[in-house]
Write a protein that binds this ligand. Sequence first.
Ligand SMILES: Cc1ncc(COP(=O)(O)O)c(C=O)c1O
Length: 491
Amino acid sequence: MWLADNRKPASEDCRIDTSSSLDPADWPAFRALAHKMLDDVITHVETIRQGPVWQPQPQENRGRFRQSLPTDPRDFGDVLDDVRTHVMPYATGNLHPLFMGWVHGAGTPVGMLAEMIAAGLNMNCGGRNHVGIDIERQIVRWMREAMGYPETANGLFVTGSSMANFMALTIAKTQALGLESRRNGLRAADHDLVAYASAEAHGCIAQAMQLSGIGSASLRLVPVDAAGRMMPSALKMMIGEDRAAGRLPFLAVATAGTVNTGAIDPLSEIAEIATRENLWYHVDGAIGAIAMLSDEMRPLFAGIEKSASVALDFHKWGQVPYDAGFLLVRDGEKQRQTFDQPAAYLQRADRGLAAGDSWPCDLGPDLSRGLRALKTWMTIETLGVERIGQSIAHTCMLARYLASRLESHPLFEVKAPVALNIVCFGIRGRGSDLVRVMVIDLQEQGIAAPSWTVIDGELVVRCAIVNHRTTQADLDGFIAAMVAYLRRQDF
Ligand SMILES: Cc1ncc(COP(=O)(O)O)c(C=O)c1O
């Protein structure tokens, strides 16, 4: 019996008072509204091709989200109508097959449902003894297997690779300075720390240096070759110069798929240098690492298995809905040594809800965390690694197709080699101004959503084909739309 002997069952002397509960008063009505909304979101995904890729919000729509704090309740059905009218039409657009800007995954209906289930169960995955922790550990096991890491590896879901890279840098710094540096900070360091990444590395690496307190001036940007890959000989030379100047090289970051062009640094050669020089070897695999799931693409990433840590994103090529970043660390004990925080209120037990030696909160800075693992697990369980891998390889094939069609077209020129799924191109004989305005117009007209970047000082159109829905016919339509657009400009 759960009641003490001197207490009567609740039903005998009091009615259950639910007036302070935030649950619906009318569950059947709530259920009906919820089912309708679920249907509407499924229809939104199912018919995604029929609408514009993206549309700017009219001023009145922005106004809907500039109101003061509401005090009184509103009918839930009315709130859902607001979502239909004011939210759904103005999303980012990344579900659409012609969204090619930045590096956005498209998600899947399975992942969408998983998010709903995760929110319903509302687990706090910072720790404790429940199934959410086991699902996350399942993903750790899978990623160990995929990356060729040993049993000692551990890992953690995080928001994205920006956070995963920052955490890897923090582990590397803690190892280089000793565990006491967690308390003493950088002041106690005998030498200035220096890290290395290519000149094409993502900006979050420099930011991680800033956040760590080391400072981005201590990030050496190693020159790249014509294909945008780090030059190992330059890395070796820079490490030598820093050692000669009394500095302490501690970290080499290789990129597996650079943000500008998708270039893959020479992972094995960098691994060798890092091992010889006793540097932490981290791979920023935000874009590319998940391609280890593809038999066809795995050879491109040879050397990733030698790294000390890998940052990767399920929410990009893995098509898991945002957000689902991940950090995998070869020696899980080093990860724990960096982040664990003994606290009386978090003490463990050998049974009960506080059971378990190591909790996710010991492996990173977050204590409260949601169940990102469920949408990842459901996506991989439902689709299977082979199908996900094939969709990744397919986007690379599409990128090569787009590049070859552009290259043979009199109006366009490809500006960088296509290593993976990113195509950068310009308008022949025209500079940055037309590129800029064309990209914006295509976005605003809802035709396509490429983005841009700068290559050799010149603004170029950048298409990152991440979306599993994109087809060759979509890309033919994209080229035709650009040609029509340029003709309208009398070009
Ligand atoms: C190479 C690379 N590293 C890191 C990041 C940051 O990842 P996230 O946006 O998941 O934080 C990106 C984002 O596109 C990236 O391309």
